[in-house]
Ligand binder design. Structure first.
Ligand code: ZN
Length: 429
């Protein structure tokens, strides 16, 4: 997935006991390497590729699939956040988050950006979202909010406490902390959060230019964002569909990035960003599978096809993005946009051995003419034979290797059932 290499018809990769890629190449490994104390795993006939990276997700939404099927963003938010947000009980958030993380991992997303939420609760809701992720071998960037009612000095301490957990990098799955920037109010509110991110040396992300019906209002916020210093190398905009020339060029110039979420943008009728123009402008572009309540199956292969085909339908030609380009967008380019490309996003010496073994013969997809095209056009997550994180097999044939998903799935069912009862009783009062 790196810029200078493409797929090898035949290749090899050496992984250390502690889970890093230590060497790789085309053809066969040298006699020297084969003579070492190594365990050889043959993947003949299969495709080895880096794990997918999702640059924008809300893992807890895994418990809310299929909800508000006719809703665009705002009514959809009403149906989830504003309907059930206050009905969450202790433990719900942790269980839903773990459910969402396992779902993504089983579909080949080995690194995710978990953009967490308050939902009218106290700070414990973030700790639950962190705990839910820590129990799953998926790597993640943890994006947490600040309580706008609190003083910035309190914000800082809360983030320092959360960061203490991330000091275990790079042996843990917690890659880094980030800020879920909430620019509500005058520009000084966003400016204080930008200052916090600078002081802590972390990146931030915010939803911007998502719902089509609100695009003019959203664009009118830009001068305030500019004044607050929001467009910068630390910024990624989730969705970022309805830009104008000023917003695009100023974002690109500032070194900002955007995360494209084709499945979610299709489900919610949000729109199609002009990705080729964004790339030409120099904007960093990554991809995400968003939360499972708006991309109800977190299948990155489906996300790739949805995005690529939508662009080709709109353009009425196939001149733009090619399969290798969109594969890079969902792996190395997302990692670069999030600032975690030193660890993940491609198969390179020194990076984590996070990869997928894709079997194009199960289910049978036919002979391979072109490897990237075969992956993007012909494969689905059903072809993922196994998922490795840090050199360890964590998913085999769609199921976790060392974890029984059924009790967690059952717990989530029960928790949702209880939540709906609680909600009905508060409505009756
Ligand atoms: Zn989102």
């Amino acid at each position: 997935m790196t810029e200078n290499t493409s797929a090898y018809e035949e290749g090899w990769m050496l992984v250390s006991d502690d889970g890093y890629i230590t060497d790789l190449g085309e053809g066969s490994p040298s006699e020297n390497i084969l003579a070492g104390e190594i365990e050889v795993v043959s993947l003949e006939g299969k495709i080895l590729m880096p794990g997918f990276v999702s640059g924008h997700s809300h893992l807890w939404q895994s418990a809310f699939r299929g909800i508000a099927p006719d809703g665009e963003l705002w009514p959809w938010l009403d149906a989830i956040h504003r309907t059930y947000g206050s009905d969450f009980a202790t433990g719900d958030m942790k269980a839903f988050t773990a459910h969402g993380a396992w779902d993504q991992l089983c579909h080949g997303v080995t690194t995710t950006y978990n953009h967490t939420h308050w939902l009218d609760h106290d700070y414990a809701i973030f700790v639950e979202q962190l705990d839910g992720e820590m129990d799953v071998p998926q790597r993640f960037v943890f994006s947490s909010c600040v309580d706008l009612a609190e003083e910035p000095s309190v914000w800082k301490q809360r983030f320092v406490d959360l960061m203490a957990e991330s000091k275990q990098v790079p042996t843990k799955n917690f890659l880094s902390l980030a800020l879920n920037l909430r620019p509500y109010g005058p520009p000084s509110v966003a400016a204080a959060q930008v200052e916090l991110a600078e002081a802590l040396d972390i990146n931030y992300q915010l939803h911007y230019l998502e719902q089509s019906g609100r695009q003019e209002m959203d664009r009118s916020a830009w001068p305030g964002y500019r004044e607050a210093g929001v467009p910068s190398g630390r910024a990624t905009f989730a969705h970022f569909i309805h830009v104008d020339d000023t917003i695009l060029s100023e974002s690109a110039e500032a070194g900002a990035g955007m995360i494209w979420n084709p499945l979610s943008n299709g489900r919610l009728g949000s729109g199609l960003p002009d990705i080729s123009t964004y790339l030409e402008s120099g904007l960093k572009v990554g991809m995400g599978v968003d939360g499972q309540a708006s991309a109800d199956i977190s299948d990155p292969f489906e996300n790739l096809r949805m995005g690529l085909y939508a662009l080709r339908m709109r353009d009425e030609n196939s001149d733009g993005l090619q399969p290798i380009d969109i594969l890079r967008l969902h792996t190395i380019q997302t990692a670069k946009t999030l600032g975690v490309d030193a660890f993940v996003g491609s198969l390179e010496e020194g990076k984590f051995a996070d990869f997928l073994v894709v079997d194009p013969q199960s289910p049978i997809t036919g002979p391979i003419w072109d490897i990237p095209a075969h992956l993007v056009f012909s494969c689905s997550s059903a072809n993922i034979e196994s998922v490795y994180v840090g050199g360890a097999k964590v998913v085999s044939s769609g199921e976790p290797v060392d974890f029984d998903l059924l009790p967690l799935a059952k717990e989530v069912e029960e928790r949702i059932s209880e939540m709906r009862k609680r909600h009905a009783s508060t409505q009756a009062e």
